[in-house]
Design a protein. Structure first.
Length: 284
């Protein structure tokens, strides 16, 4: 099989990197409701990799991005998978500017049923089972060889069960990895060994890094989150489903900035700021 590079990406001769004209042809031929976004075609997804591509990414120390969110009701007007979808869209845009691998998303984060139950589209897994699953998958990423694993989270903040599960798993794996690598107990107390241990391979962060705010900000299905989705996946937003009298309070927290006044322009400004902040965080 013949291989070649696309920029610094490693591709096989059978790979097709689509540009917008190619995507538009697919749109016309197959009657897709929207043209295929180029960022989703070009992005290097972990589950799409062949073994030689995985080895190349690991050898080049490419970051592995792990989109993380939940399935939870987001008002009457937006997709219930909003939180994970936004992180996936941000990761796709990062992949257009840096060599990264995008892992399959963690969709089923804890919610506490704070906004409703399963009948309203909300999933809340058992917390202990979720934590064990998170640690197991992160451990496998380390065993694959990734040493720069980034977990952007868009749900409830960094002291809520979802983020805490990832931070706990990352901390435990850091200590366990040191012993598995053959370092003796007491390694940190040794002035030489403490600098030899690889530390901090898993970085758990809010999707909206401090450098992105403002303009980026959080809420729940309000001005910011609705604008985020309008800018990235407009087909998943139906503002005409909002009813001033019956819409949840969180859709109308501010008289001027709410789910009704959410707009693509604000959403795009937030997306650009978030992506720029992540590019800087990743060292791009």
């Amino acid at each position: 099989m013949h291989t070649h590079r696309h920029g610094s990406r490693l591709c096989s001769s059978s790979d097709k990197i689509l540009n917008w004209p190619d995507a538009f042809v697919l749109y016309k031929l197959f009657g897709l409701s929207h043209p295929v976004p180029v960022e989703r075609v070009n992005a290097m997804h972990l589950k799409h990799l062949r073994p030689y591509q995985l080895r190349h990414a690991v050898a080049e120390n490419w970051p592995l991005l792990v989109p993380t969110g939940c399935v939870e009701t987001h008002g009457p007007h937006m997709a219930i998978g909003h939180d994970t979808i936004i992180v996936e869209e941000i990761c796709a845009r990062i992949a257009q500017r840096l060599d990264v691998i995008i892992a399959p998303p963690f969709d089923f984060g804890p919610t506490g049923y704070a906004l409703g139950g399963p009948e309203e589209g909300t999933i809340d897994p058992d917390y202990d089972a979720h934590g064990a699953f998170v640690k197991s998958i992160l451990s496998n990423f380390l065993q694959m060889g990734f040493r720069r694993i980034y977990v952007p989270i868009m749900h409830q903040g960094m002291n809520a069960p979802l983020a805490l599960a990832f931070k706990k798993a990352a901390a435990e794996l850091a200590f366990e990895s040191a012993l598995k690598a053959g370092h003796p107990r007491g390694w940190w107390g040794d002035v030489k060994l403490k600098d030899e241990v690889r530390w901090g391979a898993i970085d758990v962060q809010p999707m909206i890094l401090p450098a992105a705010s403002p303009p980026a900000g959080g809420d729940h299905a309000g001005y910011n989150e609705t604008s985020f989705l309008m800018a990235t996946r407009p087909e998943l937003v139906e503002q005409d489903r909002l009813d001033l009298e019956e819409a949840p309070w969180y859709c109308r927290q501010n008289e001027a900035k709410n789910s009704w006044t959410a707009n693509v322009e604000h959403g795009q400004a937030m997306v650009d700021a978030v992506v720029d902040a992540w590019i800087a965080h990743l060292g791009g």
